[in-house]
Ligand binder design. Structure first.
Ligand code: SF4
Length: 242
């Protein structure tokens, strides 16, 4: 009987210790949760400040565009904000061109569209349409160089290296010049036309105020604006080819 009492007392003590332990653990967990909550709140405040700084910087840039437009009416926008062309066009539909950071070619083309460079008859012996070795009515249009495939019988990847695509706007500008020079049929060539743009992750560029991705299907849409025949060569049936 004495032994039974002792065992029951032990059980009561054990239960009490267990409850104390659980209570202690609960407090620690609550403290951890409070700490995480505070860190989340601090992050949230930091994010809000960054967002406000970002919004202020965007607004400042938009205001600068507006000021420049008011001053001379001809504005070319380039740089980081150029990535948000929709935002700029919505605020200022009259800007002449919008391009993203490091897109030097687009900037120069936009400048030359407004201020055509003066020709020097002694230096500029190449016509605007370039030098063509094909008859007047057709021309080859090279859209990329090299190939990422490794067909065992082929030496091209060793000679030309991996795929390097020209940007869509660059190709479309050349195609436009050729069409304006009298070409009626464009023969689109490369080593692997289906892979066009894979190397640049189908980067987007602007041509005549519209964005085109460096991708075969969108390039075709741009070429279809020129009113000439377009013949695609070396198109292989990859899954991504529509
Ligand atoms: S896809 Fe054409 S160019 Fe590329 S490795 Fe094969 S055969 Fe050569």
């Amino acid at each position: 009987m004495q032994e039974l009492k002792t065992t029951k007392g032990d059980l009561v003590d054990a239960k009490k210790r267990l409850e104390e332990q659980v209570s202690e653990d609960d407090k620690k967990l609550q403290a951890e949760a409070d700490k995480v909550q505070q860190e989340l709140a601090a992050l949230d405040r930091r994010h809000t400040v960054l967002q406000q700084d970002h919004d202020a910087a965007v607004q400042e840039s938009l205001d600068s565009i507006g000021t420049a437009l008011n001053e001379n009416g001809k504005v070319i926008v380039t740089g980081c904000l150029g990535k948000r062309a929709d935002l700029i066009r919505e605020a200022y539909p009259d800007v002449l061109s919008i391009s993203g950071p490091q897109d030097y070619a687009s900037v120069m083309h936009a400048v030359h569209d407004v201020l055509p460079p003066k020709r020097n008859k002694f230096l500029d012996i190449v016509p605007d349409t370039g030098v063509k070795l094909t008859p007047k009515h057709y021309a080859y249009l090279k859209i990329s160089e090299g190939c990422n495939n490794r067909c065992t019988f082929c030496i091209i990847p060793k000679l030309r290296g991996d795929l390097v695509s020209r940007t869509a706007d660059d190709v479309l500008r050349e195609a436009e010049k050729l069409a304006m020079g009298g070409v009626k049929e464009l023969l689109v060539i490369s080593q692997d036309t289906s892979a066009y743009g894979v190397d640049v992750k189908y980067a987007e560029h602007e041509w005549h105020g519209k964005a085109y991705r460096t991708r075969m299907t969108e390039l075709c849409e741009g070429l279809s604006e020129l009113g000439v025949w377009v013949r695609l060569h070396y198109v292989y049936p990859y899954p991504h080819v529509d």
